[in-house]
Design a protein around this ligand. Structure first.
Ligand SMILES: [Zn+2]
Length: 376
């Protein structure tokens, strides 16, 4: 059996629902240390992270991934049990097959093969794995990066193995991500009897036109690299539970996925302008969950594109669409960050799967990327 496939199955067999690692990282550390990697388990809170490195010189190229998975959902909806890896019609089924134990297995095999072929390679190669990507992501990659930075270990190139492809392997590379800004808004009114509205101040009625203004606002037009900024509400609540009471307040949660053309401080000011224009009394708490980033042309982009083309015959499209990933934590350190992994059609769903053939191809693409970084 192909070594990447065997390792992917071994990882799926370990139920590692976030933030649990299920022993995946210890298994991988064993494989890498036997091949001469220095490996280190970095534990923060209840999160386990693995850092492995081969070589001491710069530049350092790191593969970044996670061993945790999202919960399987109702077991009865799965054709085969989520933590029993199953091959059917050329597909490997199991929770994490596509997001992202398949890519993690490909990373490990690519690193093993690379150091076997080039024991005295220039620069350094490494792997960072966290068990906290699908959860709150506070004790995972960000803490590992802070630890490395404090030691003066800098990462020149980072390839994230998140499932980036849409229709066929090789069609899409993520070369950046939009920023993500969360707002927690409380609109204040005055509670009262619903039959005496003149003695109350209804925050629902007050907020309705502001809500409409916010969701229909055009924040920017996007750019060549980024789709336009969008604001979406995720929650809105008010009410005391009684049908004869005007509530005293309303709470609404919203998120802006934004392009770098409109920075977060500008968005905050514009949202607050809209609220002020509607004469609201409010409390608004902001939380920035990720700055936008864009990786321009460079050694990593060229090496990955050539490797994808050599394996699949196609050149990838570049995209900054979709949700955030741990790449957002790496880019602010000045690292060139790209994301490339398998097809994303089944991720977080029941019957998650990855094509068996794609695992071997992904391994060759990752290995080829390491080789081409030094010999373009
Ligand atoms: Zn993932």
């Amino acid at each position: 059996m192909d070594a990447t496939l065997a390792l992917a199955m071994e990882l799926i067999r370990r139920p590692s629902v976030t933030p649990d690692d299920g022993g995946c990282q210890a298994h991988i550390a064993g494989l890498l240390s036997a091949a001469g990697f220095r490996t280190e388990s970095l534990v923060f809170g209840d999160v386990t992270n693995l850092y492995a490195r081969h070589g001491d010189a710069a530049p350092l190229v790191v593969f970044l991934g996670h061993t945790d998975v999202v919960p399987p959902g109702p077991l009865s909806d799965w054709a085969t049990p989520p933590f029993v890896p199953t091959i059917r019609d050329g597909m490997l089924y199991g929770r994490g097959a596509a997001d992202m134990k398949g890519a993690v297995a490909a990373f490990v095999q690519a690193l093993l093969e690379f150091v076997r072929r080039h024991p005295r390679h220039p620069g350094s190669v490494g792997l960072i794995l966290t068990s906290d990507e699908e959860g709150v992501a506070q004790d995972g990659t960000i803490q590992v990066l802070r630890t490395l930075a404090a030691r003066g270990e800098s990462i020149a190139y980072c390839l994230v193995g998140e499932p980036s492809c849409n229709e066929v392997l090789g069609d899409t590379v993520k070369n950046g991500r939009r920023g993500s800004l969360n707002g927690d808004l409380v609109v204040h009114g005055v509670q009262g009897h619903i039959a005496y509205p003149e003695r109350a101040d209804n925050p629902i009625a007050r907020f309705a036109p502001a809500l409409q203004a916010l969701v229909s606002a055009v924040w920017d037009e996007g750019s060549a690299d980024f789709p336009p900024t969008r604001l979406q509400f995720s929650n809105i609540q008010a009410g005391t539970g009684a049908d004869n009471v005007i509530p005293g307040s309303l709470r609404a949660l919203f998120n802006l996925r934004y392009a770098p053309t409109t920075p977060a401080p500008v968005l905050r000011a514009r949202v607050e302008e809209v609220l002020a224009a509607h004469n609201l009394r409010y409390t608004l708490t902001w939380r920035l969950s990720g700055e936008p980033f864009l990786t321009k042309d460079g050694a990593l982009k060229a090496a990955l594109a050539h490797s994808i083309q050599a394996e699949t015959g196609r050149l990838p499209q570049y995209s900054t669409a979709g949700g955030t990933s741990d790449g957002r934590f790496v880019a602010p350190f000045g690292t060139q960050v790209l994301e490339f992994g398998p097809l994303n059609g089944s991720i977080h769903k029941v019957n998650e799967a990855v094509a068996v053939d794609d695992l071997a191809r992904l391994t060759r693409i990752y290995q080829g990327t390491l080789e081409r970084i030094w010999v373009p």
